[in-house]
Design a protein around this ligand. Structure first.
Ligand SMILES: Nc1ncnc2c1ncn2[C@@H]1O[C@H](COP(=O)(O)OP(=O)(O)OP(=O)(O)O)[C@@H](O)[C@H]1O
Ligand SMILES: [Mg+2]
Length: 219
């Protein structure tokens, strides 16, 4: 990322700058939390990285063999409502055997005939689990996840945490779940007043350092 900036165009034709001057590298296999207060621009930043929206300035270079999976609450709305859980997961991995698809469904807590439920009849948490199962099934090596734990209960969160810990690719993640962040990330990107601060350490390191920064600012 080099001098990355994003301003949304408003209905009156004006612009609302969310961030600017974001530069840095994300290396292979890094697991990174993107943090900041509500409205700081975390989702906007992830959308730019995932190619869901264009940056207004600067450049973004994605490595040649990178295949990106993107999760947002919006992703659940893109599931075909008439399809079953089984058919939806199978579609993500068409080469896989029935047993493999069933195992993956079971790993995300769809046991036995629960895989025959239709998407339209699922709860928010169940829909999230379907989307996450399809993301983790596919041969992706960069996961960009915007609040993936929002609708998940504790057991499902643990399953996702475990899957992401074992995931050998790169992860950029927004989550308000501290337990999740503590267990996963080695770097933290904080978006604050339109700028990005990088913490070269895990979530505990980020909490300590950001508090030190606040204290020294107010001293
Ligand atoms: N599609 C859009 N069009 C116009 N403005 C937008 C759009 N999406 C987001 N914004 C604005 O950009 C700013 C940053 O929003 P964003 O959703 O990126 O924040 P966030 O850090 O993800 O917040 P939250 O923690 O609440 O999810 C907000 O002021 C928001 O209103
Ligand atoms: Mg957001």
């Amino acid at each position: 990322m080099d001098g990355l900036a994003k301003a949304w165009t408003l209905p009156d034709g004006g612009g609302r700058s969310v961030f600017s001057g974001i530069s840095g590298h994300v290396k292979r296999q890094q697991k990174i939390a993107v943090v900041g207060v509500n409205g700081a621009g975390k989702s906007t930043f992830l959308k730019v990285l995932a190619g869901q929206t264009e940056a207004t300035a600067g450049s973004l270079k994605i490595g040649v063999n990178v295949s990106i999976g993107y999760f947002s609450q919006h992703a659940m709305e893109l599931l075909a409502p008439e399809k079953t859980v089984f058919a939806t997961v199978q579609e993500a991995i068409p080469q896989a055997s029935i047993g493999t698809v069933r195992n993956l469904c079971a790993a995300f807590l769809f046991q036995n005939d629960e895989v025959d439920k239709r998407i339209a009849n699922l709860s928010g948490g169940e829909k999230s689990r379907v989307v996450l199962a399809t993301l983790l099934a596919r041969p992706l090596n960069l996961l960009i996840l915007d609040e993936p734990t929002n609708h998940l209960d504790i057991q499902s969160r643990e399953i996702l945490l475990d899957a992401l810990q074992k995931f050998t690719g790169t992860v950029l993640l927004v989550s308000h779940d501290r337990h999740f962040l503590r267990g996963l990330v080695q770097r933290v990107f904080e978006i604050d007043h339109g700028e990005m601060r990088v913490y070269e350490g895990d979530y505990r390191y980020y909490l300590r350092k950001s508090e030190e920064l606040r204290n020294s600012a107010s001293a």
